[in-house]
Design a protein around this ligand. Structure first.
Ligand code: NAD
Ligand code: MG
Length: 340
């Protein structure tokens, strides 16, 4: 299902083994410029649907534009939509394909590190709604995910480093040996093809065991409870805005602190996490007077049940527990540590 290979091999092979009435490709302005030229000649005659890039476009109006594109091209139920881009394109294009005429075939060709190691795997699709992230969506596994690390060559370095946070997360929650290997090198010199294969294997294993996040899948949310809250907090301030992975790096460090407080990480284990995260991402400037708002934001987390805020926390390196209640004062303490 997920293939990691040069796109010049994987895409023709996929098309040759299927028969589609029509093909459409969804791009944004960046992937039109940097990625589409690499697949254009591999495709039969097709429709190009272009949307504007960015999380701020991941909403119902853009979805409407995609459904319109398919309708205008008179797509029947035997067509294929190819989502060529980062997580925004994949989530939204997948959602539109899964709902157009009750579902047509779609494949993901993820072109950011974040989408290659995370968003394209596991079948979560959707759009933001009234300011709430991924509020409307479905679970549906794509017909294929074709990953080629060469697409990363044109990605801005800051986006690459942001996606790397999910790679770090996969090591910390599921593979201590890989973490040891990874932390010997700076993010710039990592072997992406190797790390992508490693992350995809972990994400596939976890999501196949628990496709709809009833239990185990929650471990993928390590770093994301405080991380999302921090990301959301800074959305209001354009010059301080953090990329997702940058916020998750802060989330992983504060949540590793919570594990250490519980005695689930040794001082030494915690120190390795702290030093690698700070060396890679530096520290987000979180003012003390933001703590309360950030703690309040964790109450919005999709993992919660009722009023209790539940975390996924490391229990040693390479292992993670979920559904751990954490009090507001513990969160305050973790933020105080981080900001100190
Ligand atoms: P993104 O899709 O916005 O891409 C980041 C930027 O990089 C965009 O400007 C894009 O146009 C540009 N870009 C993409 N590929 C490029 C390339 N090869 N060269 C140059 N520029 C390129 O963001 P993202 O970080 O890929 O994904 C974030 C989204 O993924 C969020 O909406 C998030 O909710 C979603 N997500 C979903 C899941 C899931 O399980 N479905 C998991 C994690 C994240
Ligand atoms: Mg994430």
């Amino acid at each position: 299902m997920v293939q990691i290979a040069p796109i010049t091999e994987s895409l023709p092979a996929f098309l040759a083994s299927h028969s589609f009435s029509q093909v459409a490709v969804l791009v944004d302005e960046q992937t039109l410029q940097h990625c589409y030229p690499r697949i254009q000649a591999l495709l039969p005659p097709h429709t190009l649907i272009q949307i504007r890039s960015g999380e701020s476009e991941k909403h119902l109006e853009t979805a409407t534009q995609i459904w319109e594109g398919l309708t205008k091209a008179a797509f029947d139920r035997h067509g294929l939509l190819i989502n060529l881009g980062g997580g925004v394109i994949g989530d939204m294009g997948g959602f539109c394909a899964a709902t157009y005429k009750r579902g047509i075939a779609f494949i993901q060709i993820p072109s950011t590190l974040l989408s290659q190691v995370d968003a394209s795997v596991g079948g979560k699709l959707g759009i933001d709604f009234q300011g709430l992230k991924n509020h409307i969506g479905v679970f549906q596994i794509p017909d294929a995910v074709l990953i080629d690390a060469d697409f990363l060559a044109t990605l801005p370095p800051r986006e690459l480093r942001s996606g790397f946070a999910e790679v770090i997360k996969h090591c910390l929650i599921a593979d201590a040996a890989k973490w040891e290997e990874l932390r010997q090198q700076s993010w710039e010199t990592q072997n992406w093809t190797d790390l992508i294969a490693h992350s995809v294997a972990i994400k596939e294993r976890v999501t196949q065991a628990d496709p709809t996040e009833k239990g185990l899948r929650k471990i993928l949310n390590f770093g994301h409870t405080l991380g999302h809250a921090i990301e959301t907090y800074f959305l209001e301030e354009p010059e301080k805005r953090l990329l997702h992975g940058e916020a998750i790096a802060a989330g992983m460090l504060t949540e590793a602190f919570l594990s250490r407080q519980r005695g689930w990480l040794t001082e030494e284990q915690f120190a390795t996490i702290q030093s690698y995260l700070l060396q890679t991402y530096g520290k987000a400037q979180i003012p003390t007077d933001a703590f309360e708002a950030i703690v309040e934001l964790t109450a919005q987390d999709k993992k919660n049940r009722g009023k209790e805020v539940r975390f996924s926390l490391l229990e040693g390196i390479g292992s993670c527990r979920f559904d751990i209640p954490v009090s507001n004062s513990e969160m305050q303490e973790a933020l105080t540590y981080y900001a100190g």
